[in-house]
Design a protein around this ligand. Structure first.
Ligand SMILES: *[C@@H]1O[C@H](CO)[C@@H](O)[C@H](O)[C@H]1NC(C)=O
Ligand SMILES: *[C@@H]1O[C@H](CO)[C@@H](O)[C@H](O)[C@H]1NC(C)=O
Ligand SMILES: *[C@@H]1O[C@H](CO)[C@@H](O)[C@H](O)[C@H]1NC(C)=O
Ligand SMILES: *[C@@H]1O[C@H](CO)[C@@H](O)[C@H](O)[C@H]1NC(C)=O
Ligand SMILES: *[C@@H]1O[C@H](CO)[C@@H](O)[C@H](O)[C@H]1NC(C)=O
Ligand SMILES: *[C@@H]1O[C@H](CO)[C@@H](O)[C@H](O)[C@H]1NC(C)=O
Ligand SMILES: *[C@@H]1O[C@H](CO)[C@@H](O)[C@H](O)[C@H]1NC(C)=O
Length: 325
């Protein structure tokens, strides 16, 4: 499986992590990103949370815990779909860091994830759910508050709770560039420049957005990281209008027929036919009257005066895929 970290050479800031054996709650100065404020329930976006689990897991288990599609998890982490015909059965090694794609909603004037729903199992306690499963991203008190759980010691198997991770939409831009926010939990050994390099973000942006002001990072702190992204300019009537893809990742769209990628150093979205294993039947993925498939960039002589040079994906609606040449 092709997981890789993005590299970024800038290291203006070198903030060292203070490893606290007693846990971060002992210090009042932890930078705990609580979710960005918002005023309208229409203010939603795609965002990421960062995730690590100490033991090997099947990808399907993580997909279930976060209510996400295994293929979306593959895309968010730039795993190679062609090399993994069965994404849900891939094994994610213990402690590997993943980006989990979530929907960031506006709940009670704070941006929080509303797309992750957990079903209580026998022997679960609210603190086990918060600490062991969603380690570090949320407290049991926050789960109790958002779900109106009167007594956190009384939860029953089969009950379903929204797990309201903090998230941000950043108005989809930061410093004038398209971005997607990542809620990141600081782990032992992290420095601001390492975090920035892993995320493909700028250390200065992270510092400013989180008002770090050269303060120490503490293990367990949650930071809001603006990951650069590639935005689309699809037809406004397209179902995937507004698609935005984080750098170093891809998304599958158009009913599993099209893959849109954003390079690790790019702002240009690149869409091409998705791997055939994902989709049973895809409509014609060629531009009208040409031999060029979506994503092809090459000169092709047509019968008359004009030559076609590229075939560009413009979104989909129903069974129709739009393209322009
Ligand atoms: C993805 O996997 C396929 C099949 O193993 C391989 O041919 C291809 O080169 C891989 N792509 C990348 C980008 O690693
Ligand atoms: C993951 O990290 C924890 C804490 O450092 C460690 O105890 C555990 O053994 C690690 N797991 C793996 C699979 O390396
Ligand atoms: C959160 O999700 C529930 C369904 O699970 C939905 O009823 C509610 O409207 C959502 N809230 C927001 C703010 O999107
Ligand atoms: C969000 O961006 C839009 C244009 O992209 C702008 O008109 C609006 O003022 C921005 N809102 C905030 C809160 O920055
Ligand atoms: C940031 O640090 C500078 C110098 O260390 C200090 O003067 C300033 O008050 C700090 N700002 C905040 C918001 O903490
Ligand atoms: C990324 O882009 C910058 C500026 O365009 C360039 O200097 C750098 O070499 C590029 N890095 C990679 C890995 O392509
Ligand atoms: C079209 O492309 C062919 C080669 O593919 C080239 O010979 C021809 O000059 C081009 N015509 C125009 C109008 O650009």
């Amino acid at each position: 499986m092709g997981y890789f970290f993005l590299s970024c050479k800038s290291s203006k800031f070198e903030v060292f992590v203070l490893i606290l054996l007693l846990g971060s709650s002992a210090l009042g100065s932890a930078k705990t990103f609580q979710g960005e404020s918002c005023s309208s329930v229409a203010d939603t976006c795609s965002s990421f949370v960062n995730y690590q689990y100490p033991y090997d897991l099947r990808l399907q288990q993580i997909a279930n815990w976060f209510s996400v599609d295994p293929v979306a998890l593959f895309g968010a982490n730039n795993f190679n779909l062609t090399a993994a015909p069965d994404p849900e059965n891939e094994i994610i090694p213990g402690n590997q860091t993943l980006r989990i794609p979530v929907t960031c909603s506006c709940i009670g004037q704070i941006h929080r994830v509303n797309s992750t729903v957990y079903t209580v199992k026998p022997d679960d306690t609210l603190s086990k759910i918060a600490d062991s499963i969603y380690g570090g991203l949320i407290t049991y008190q926050e789960i109790a508050a958002v779900n109106n759980i009167a007594d956190p010691n009384k939860i029953l198997p089969g009950q379903q709770f929204v797990i309201p991770f903090p998230c941000a939409c950043l108005n989809k831009t930061y410093n004038g560039h398209p971005v997607i926010s990542l809620a990141y939990v600081v782990s032992p050994g992290d420095t601001l420049s390492k975090i920035a390099a892993k995320a493909g973000a700028q250390a200065a942006d992270i510092s400013k957005l989180n008002a770090l002001n050269n303060s120490l990072l503490i293990v367990g702190d949650v930071l809001d990281i603006p990951i650069p992204a590639c935005s689309s300019s699809f037809t406004t009537t397209a179902t995937d209008y507004g698609l935005i893809v984080a750098s170093g990742s891809y998304q599958i769209t158009a009913d599993n027929c099209v893959q849109c990628s954003c390079g690790s150093n790019s702002t240009d979205l690149y869409c091409s036919p998705a791997p055939a294993l994902l989709s049973g039947s895809c409509p014609n993925l060629h531009c009208d009257g040409t031999k060029l498939a979506i994503g092809d960039v090459k000169e092709q002589a047509l019968s008359k005066s004009c030559n076609v040079t590229s075939c560009i994906y413009e979104g989909f609606q129903g069974k129709t895929i739009f393209s322009s040449c």
